[in-house]
Design a protein around this ligand. Structure first.
Ligand SMILES: [Fe+2]
Length: 125
């Protein structure tokens, strides 16, 4: 990976945002299969979230805080998916496999942001 800069962050955020929308769609599809009505507004979605809403740091050029916030969100998602995997293992194979796939994506995201943070800190010193 090349050095970290605003453009690199922007591209990765866009890619991961699209991935996260894909996750939401897969979860919504599974909820419908199971007879539930998935939340359809941001307000409803925020009621379900256990990781809170990701906000930008006050200083938008504070990349370190920005990456740390994203990493906290990724780790929260990883913990949540691990919890759901345990919950559905041996109970609902399709839901279990869905959360396993989502967990794999979140672990990839975490690795990417850890790498960015490491590069950023190295460059700053
Ligand atoms: Fe993620």
């Amino acid at each position: 990976m090349k050095g970290v800069d605003a453009d690199t962050f922007k591209k990765e955020l866009l890619k991961q945002s699209i991935d996260e929308l894909g996750h939401a769609e897969k979860i919504a599809r599974r909820m419908i299969q199971l007879g539930y009505v998935p939340p359809s507004t941001l307000e409803e979605i925020l009621k379900f979230t256990t990781c809170g809403q990701l906000t930008m740091p006050e200083n938008v050029t504070d990349y370190e805080s920005f990456i740390e916030k994203i990493l906290r969100a990724e780790r929260c998602a990883i913990a949540k998916y691990n919890e759901l995997i345990k919950k559905y293992r041996f109970k609902d194979q399709i839901t279990y496999e869905l959360f396993e796939d989502l967990l794999e994506d979140e672990v990839d995201d975490e690795e990417t942001w850890e790498s960015f943070l490491e590069q950023y800190r190295r460059r700053k010193i």
